[in-house]
Write a protein that binds this ligand. Structure first.
Ligand SMILES: [Zn+2]
Length: 105
């Protein structure tokens, strides 16, 4: 299970969150094949987790746009930036507590 933000293969933390559906950007999400449903917690690698904890979501979005292989070809797409902005705002509101360490398998 990779980092839910940048797809780093070894996330270290799990942010507990309620499940939610990315409603307002459904069309954009479908066009780009991204998940519409966020189910429960979000995993994060150390750099992404640091940006979440400090609420530097603009920097997090720049990082995700640069590193996430699923966004290859979307680097300059303002609609994708907007999708991430809206999705992370929903995630931020859905968070239920402090992150927990992910145990190594
Ligand atoms: Zn990450």
């Amino acid at each position: 299970m990779p980092c839910d933000f940048c797809h780093d293969p070894k996330p270290s933390l799990m942010f507990p969150a309620r499940s939610f559906i990315v409603d307002e950007v459904r069309g954009v999400a479908e066009a780009h094949g991204t998940d519409l449903l966020s189910s429960s917690g979000w995993s994060a690698c150390d750099p992404c987790a640091a940006l979440v904890v400090t609420e530097k979501f603009d920097a997090l979005i720049r990082r995700v746009m640069r590193l996430n292989p699923a966004l290859e070809g979307e680097r300059d797409n303002p609609a994708m930036v907007q999708l991430l902005t809206d999705t992370y705002a929903q995630f931020r509101a859905a968070r239920t507590g402090p992150p927990t360490l992910i145990e190594a398998p």
